[in-house]
Every structure is written in structure tokens, then in C-alpha cells.
Design a protein around this ligand. Structure first.
Ligand code: HOZ
Length: 432
């Protein structure tokens, strides 16, 4: 039985000075019960908390720790960059090198702008799409999450739905009116929205593999269908690859599914875990960005030298080691296959969605292909399961509406340990 008295104490203390005691809502464990663990360090497949407990990490900072924690190749690059300056606020050679690398890896990207987070990337990309088309409205999908920009907090997934505020207060009616929403995987609904807002839709933005309502995969033809609709209507198609970029393949979900959007947003992994985001796309669209064009977007910390060094090391490694993706897929498939056996042995209803190294379990008797079907999962059971796993030293996403991310640090022995814990926690979740 894992005890965490220091974390418990810290959580009480944190709540006095930090809203809800955390700097990002899902971390507070509200949807699963119990108190969050306060982390001290991490190495390879493990994170260590204030009480010295060790957890096998299946979040990996929500994606970027694809090589496990404290990967040598990234840490060395950071250490080498530190003595030169923590921030210049002026351009550097590294920014060109990482831009060139991203352009060579991501099919949709001809030009790219660095920012500091996925939220900044999506907010900026939509502004550019609006500036480029001269139109105001955007279409997003229920349960997709694109960071906390106002336009996206309508039917939002991730922490917003976890805490029951998919339409956040504080978003103006005007902004909400410009955001149109359709069910994921429903092309007909998108067509209807376009018809009802003829010539007004600037952009369709989506996670090409949705990871913020749990993992939901695009149905056959869905991404291509959107591509065709956007071409027909002069709409800018944006793939939000903040979680999937450089994770599902070296060229992200767009390479995996063979559909190229007009713009893409990236995050997390392109900073090797440091606070970085980026947006990019076709030259003619990106040349609308200041100072090349009239759409304003800026930031002192954009292209930060330490973050660029970390990102460059990570992306170079992934570029040069395509076998990483085969290994990740194999490891994850073993985990998923073993979980299916466990679930069947226990006679549980489930849906397990997986693409490459991302997966989610839903406790439901239905296939999960959109937000409504994701919400059929028994979230109380998920909470019991989550805590059972935590007690066995496995750290899962503390919400039904998130994906899990596997790293290359998970070897066969750890897969076995994971599956043993999975069986016991599932069994326990039935009895409580
Ligand atoms: N909403 C984020 C993942 N989809 C979680 C952010 C965090 O708590 O770090």
C-alpha cells in the first residue's frame, strides 16, 4: 500500500496560494478521487514523488517524454546550451535549424513559427486562418481540446469536461457565436454547418487523432472528407498535432493517415519537454504572419535557446531513429492485447482505443467514436481503477477524458508488471 503523507501535506499547503492547489486542473485528481502526488524527479520509465514512492509513468508529461524521462540525448543538449544564455530575445541559428528540421519532417509545413505552448500555437493559427480568409467563424469538434484559448472552450474536452465546464464562463457570447461545433467523425454535421454559414467559415480545426476525450480515432475517410470539404469551400484545415505530432510517426498523424492539412499546430515534444509550441503550414498562409504579413503574433520567449536546444536534440533523434515508432507500437500493442485478456477474464464491458503509442480504456459496452460515446464510460469505475493502479505504482492520466502515452523506456518486463497491476486493479474496481 503506497502512502503519500508529504504529498497530502503539500496539497493542503498548495491550496492556500494556488487555485485548487495545482497549476493545471486535471492534476488535482478531482475526477478520480484522492490527492495528487507531488513529484521530485523522474528517470526512464519512472517518476518519484516527495515520499520516495516510485511510479511507472504512462503520461510522460502528456506526450513529450517519448524516450522516457531525463533522456541523455536531450539533457546533454540542454546542459551544453545553458552557459551561453537562458534567453536572448534576439534570433539564433538554432531557430533556423529546428525550423528546417520540422519542415523536412511534417508534410504540411513549409514555414513555421515557434511559440511557447500548444495553446499559443492554436490561438495563433486560428488568427492567421481568419486573417488569410477574411472570415470569422471556426468549426471545432465536440470533445476536442485545443488549449484554453477562448474560441476553443466550447464543448471542450480534457480538463474542461473532466471538471464539468466544457463551455467555460468568461468566454464572451461573441466568441461563442463564432465557434461552431460538430460531433467528431460526423462529416454530414460539418457539411450542415458550412451550408448554414456560407462563406463565413475561416477554419476547421481538429485533433486528427483525438486525445482529449480519451483516445478516439478518425473513422475511415473522415480526415480526407474534411480535406475535400475545405478545398471546395476555401476553408483552412488545421490539424492540432500538439499531442500526436512526432509521436504517432515522425510526420505526425498527418503522415500516418496520408492527409495533409493547410496548417498544423505542435507542442510539447518539439521542446523535448520544455515549454514550446509551434504553428506552421503553407507558405502563402504563413506569410500572413508579422513581420512578413499583417497578422500580429509575437513573444520574447519564442525560440528560447534552451528550449530550442532540447527540441532540436529530441527531433533529431526521432528523425534519425525511425525504429522508435515500431518499438513503441509493439510495446503498446502488447499492453493493449494483455488488457483485453484481463478485461475479458473478468467479464467487464470495455472499449480500448489505440493508435501507435497512445491508448485509452473506456468502461462501456459501446464503441467509442465521438464525445457522446466517450461519455457512456463509467467514470466512477474509471476512478476506482485509476486509484488501484496508483496504489500499485502505475501512474495513469487522472481523468477518463485523456489519453495515455507510452515511452521507449517501457520494456517487456515492465509490460508484464503493468498487466499484472492492471488485472488486480480491474478486479478491485469491480468489488468496491
Ligand atoms: N489538459 C492537459 C492534457 N490534455 C493536461 C495538462 C496538465 O495538467 O499538465
Amino acid at each position: 500500500m503506497i502512502q503519500a503523507p508529504k504529498s497530502n501535506e503539500l496539497f493542503l499547503r498548495a491550496q492556500k496560494t494556488i487555485p485548487g492547489g495545482v497549476n493545471s486542473p486535471v492534476r488535482a485528481f478531482r475526477a478520480v478521487g484522492g490527492n495528487p502526488r507531488f513529484m521530485v524527479s523522474a528517470k526512464g520509465p519512472y517518476m518519484f514523488d516527495e515520499d520516495g514512492n516510485r511510479y511507472m509513468d504512462l503520461i510522460n508529461s502528456w506526450g513529450p517524454m517519448i524516450l522516457g524521462h531525463a533522456a541523455e540525448v536531450v539533457n546533454e543538449a540542454v546542459q551544453k546550451a545553458i552557459p551561453n544564455s537562458l534567453s536572448f530575445g534576439a534570433p539564433t541559428r538554432k531557430e533556423i535549424e529546428i525550423a528546417e528540421l520540422i519542415v523536412s519532417m511534417m508534410p504540411s509545413i513549409e514555414k513555421v513559427r515557434m511559440v511557447n505552448s500548444g495553446t499559443e500555437a492554436t490561438m495563433s493559427a486560428v488568427r492567421v486562418a481568419r486573417g488569410y480568409t477574411g472570415r470569422d467563424k471556426l468549426i471545432k469538434f465536440e470533445g476536442c481540446y485545443h488549449g484554453h484559448g477562448d474560441s476553443f472552450l466550447i464543448s471542450a474536452g480534457s480538463g474542461a469536461i473532466t471538471l464539468g465546464v466544457p463551455d467555460s464562463p468568461g468566454v464572451t457570447k461573441g466568441t461563442a457565436n463564432d465557434t461552431l461545433t460538430a460531433p467528431y467523425n460526423n462529416l454530414e454535421a460539418v457539411q450542415t454547418l458550412i451550408d448554414a454559414n456560407k462563406g463565413q467559415v475561416a477554419t476547421i480545426i481538429l485533433e486528427p487523432v483525438a486525445g482529449n476525450m480519451g483516445l478516439v480515432t478518425p473513422a475511415e475517410g473522415f480526415l480526407q472528407g474534411l480535406r475535400d470539404l475545405c478545398d471546395k469551400e476555401g476553408i483552412v484545415l488545421i490539424f492540432d498535432e500538439v499531442m500526436t505530432g512526432f509521436r504517432l510517426s515522425a510526420g505526425g498523424a498527418q503522415q500516418l493517415y496520408g492527409v495533409t492539412p493547410d496548417m498544423s499546430t505542435m507542442g510539447k515534444i518539439i521542446g523535448g519537454g520544455m515549454p514550446v509550441g509551434a504553428y506552421g503550414g503553407k507558405k502563402e498562409i504563413m506569410d500572413f504572419v508579422a513581420p512578413a504579413g499583417p497578422v500580429y503574433q509575437a513573444g520574447t520567449l519564442s525560440g528560447n535557446p534552451i528550449a530550442m536546444a532540447a527540441g532540436m536534440a529530441m527531433l533529431t533523434y526521432l528523425h534519425e531513429h525511425p525504429e522508435v515508432y515500431t518499438q513503441l507500437e509493439q510495446t503498446t500493442s502488447k499492453m493493449v492485447a494483455g488488457m483485453k485478456q484481463n478485461l475479458q477474464k473478468l467479464g467487464l464491458n470495455y472499449t480500448l482505443n489505440q493508435v501507435g503509442s497512445m491508448f485509452s480504456i473506456f468502461f462501456t459496452d459501446q464503441p467509442v467514436y465521438d464525445f457522446d460515446t466517450a461519455k457512456t464510460s463509467d467514470t466512477a469505475q474509471f476512478g476506482r481503477y485509476f486509484n488501484g493502479m496508483l496504489q500499485r505504482g502505475i501512474y495513469l492520466a487522472p481523468s477518463q477524458y485523456e489519453s495515455l502515452f507510452v515511452s521507449t523506456a517501457i520494456n517487456d518486463e515492465l509490460v508484464e508488471q503493468y498487466l499484472q497491476a492492471n488485472f488486480e486493479a480491474l478486479k478491485e474496481s469491480l468489488n468496491s
